[in-house]
Design a protein around this ligand. Sequence first.
Ligand code: ZN
Length: 453
Amino acid sequence: MATTDAPGVSALREILRLPTVAMPDPADTPAAPFVELHRLLRKHFPLTHDIGEVIDVPPHGLLIRVPADPDSPTAGTDPIVLMAHMDVVPIGDEHRWSQPPLGGDLVDGVIWGRGTLDDKGQLVAVITAVESLLAEGGRPAREVWLSFGSDEEVMGSGAQSAVAILRERGVTPWFVLDEGGAVASDAFPGVTRPLGVVGVSEKGVLSLRLTASGRGGHASRPTKGGPAARIAAAITRLERRPFPAHLSPATLEMFRRLAPHLPRPVRPLIDRAERFPGALARVMVAAGPEAAALARTTIAVTTLSGSPAINVSPTAVRVGLNLRIAVGETASAATGRIRRIVGRDIEIEVEESHDPSPLSPVDDPAFTVIEQAVTEIFPDAVPVPYVMYAATDSRHFTEICPRVYRFAPFRMSAQQRESIHSYDERLALADFLDGIRWYRALLESLTDIDGVA
Ligand SMILES: [Zn+2]
């Protein structure tokens, strides 16, 4: 049975009570909850703070350098960076929650509250593992940097500041591990075992504003081919000509590892996928929006605006497009394709543009270390790489490290995964404690890999 007073539990529950909501403009972010969070970390994890070197990262983030065991053969080799973030999204509609969203309550073996999964649970799990190692008189086999962001949810500049500090210090991490995947049950139709999904890349993001202009005027004398009709035609053309489907090497590797666990009728398709990846990509597009999003760049039509009055034809009609760029493509090539499809009489403005992050290697000792820790603590789970749809702070770390992985060592049901950024976010106490054990296993396995980096 999981004990309710195990190390880390009260720290997590206290930290869950803090409304650490970041605002897009850091000047609007209330500092007090973050200051209190720093105080709680110092109170609960004194050795990490005393033995480690603590560096403030604007706006409210922290970097903590935990020195290596000087006698370890890997002491002088490249460090690892373990990331998490302190900020959370707002609680949303409080009435939808079964337990108070800022209560940190422990009810029937489950810890409730905003941030349990995203991402305070991970933050407290990793620092609890470090603290317990230090408390036993141990030191990591190589230097460990904890990087705790404070503005991940608003895509703030904190992660870039952390990267700048590491770069200044000449740190070239062996690998970086941030939030992203999990030990996910019911993650794939037909697969009964949970999947230890480890993100190895993130899709890119491209937001475009399209505008069609015209004379507009009084609705009593309508003309053909006005801005509304042209935007409507453009949207229809975009739907008819979706981006081509193709599978990234990471997605192919995911299927290769999944194949033995898939229902028998599907396996031949996966076996052929390496020779005919196009066929599998097309099957995925047909399998529904979620699978399709893995197989190609997606376009979502989001904002639409035109005339402010029902008896006035618009002089300008605007539509917002939000694209998620597949690994292997670029945002600028995607913009070019949209331009060709919608035609020259529609104006295009680029509002936001990030290329997909580079693919971190799977056939690599760093991935193996993560994979082995998954198998050790979650023996029923199948570790697989995957490409994330969402963006994390870790994308900035690809500038200083080619091995950036995204995984939180918690078992998460489909329902729990849906609770992220929604309501009833919660983490079983036993799963939280497994997460701490996972980080301990990871820290200890760093000794087993003399000289591989
Ligand atoms: Zn997060």
